[in-house]
Design a protein around this ligand. Structure first.
Ligand code: PLP
Length: 238
């Protein structure tokens, strides 16, 4: 068995245990495999174990990888999630090539993604990225501005608003980790109340990475974004 497949097996077991520990059904929590900085071959190996959803941060790297995966394994049906910062001149390629975007944090980006989503494809699934720890250096809409942005996105024809995403400040302490995740869940509940009249159902809380997956699941995560625990340590100098 390859390292990636044994890592994936361990992550799935860990996810299941974390869910059961807080009385949740593990099937409510999707695993997004974050393959940034890793080769197409790593994606193919993970896909061979049944992993279908992959997350990428850097557009150019992602497009090259997708093409290579498609060439090497044309029968794989994968779901691609864009989770990195978005420059407005990159929205067209994101709208054309991805199934989900987790990192929408301003109206200009949302408008462009909607306009540029190809007509033949289903609406692009969107999570609003929220700056839940309130750090000025991090991307994400501020919690107070999230409702206005969510209302706007809910009315764009090319987009389907699914929920919220956050990358909170790192901490080693599980109680500390849970706080921002709880705030994100509570914000999602508030938004859901306001959006219900529009017929919008928010079903996704994209939160939790390799180091804080347990805390995120305890606070209601429905999608954990796991990179290094599956693929290994990243070499950042690219
Ligand atoms: C890199 C990244 C991840 C995965 O992080 P790991 O710590 O490797 O699990 C998840 N979400 C986002 C937004 C990322 O940039």
């Amino acid at each position: 068995m390859s390292l990636i497949s044994s890592n994936l097996q361990a992550v799935r077991a860990d996810l299941g245990a974390a869910a059961l520990a807080c009385g949740r059904d593990p099937r409510q929590i999707q695993l997004l495999a974050v393959s940034k900085t890793f080769e197409a071959q790593a994606v193919i190996e993970a896909a061979a174990t049944g992993q279908q959803a992959f997350g990428e941060n850097y557009l150019q790297e992602a497009l090259e990888k997708m093409q290579l995966v498609h060439m090497l394994a044309p029968d794989l049906l994968l779901e691609w999630h864009f989770i990195g910062p978005i420059q407005s001149n990159k929205t067209r390629q994101i709208a054309e090539n991805f199934d989900w975007v987790h990192s929408v944090d301003r109206d200009k980006i949302a408008n462009r993604l909607s306009e540029q989503r190809p007509a033949g494809k289903p609406a692009l699934n969107i999570c609003l990225q929220v700056n839940i720890s309130g750090e000025t250096s991090k991307s994400g809409v501020m919690p107070d501005d999230a409702f206005a942005l969510a209302m706007q996105i809910a009315q764009l024809p090319g987009l389907r608003l699914r929920g919220l995403m956050a990358v909170p400040e790192a901490s080693d302490d599980e109680a500390q980790q849970r706080l921002p995740f709880r705030q994100l869940r509570e914000l999602q509940e508030q938004l859901q109340t306001g959006l219900r009249p529009l017929g919008v159902v928010l079903d996704t809380l994209s939160m939790g990475m390799s180091a804080d997956m347990h805390a995120a699941i305890a606070e209601g995560s429905t999608m954990v974004r796991i990179g290094s625990a599956i693929f290994g340590k990243r070499a950042y100098a690219k």
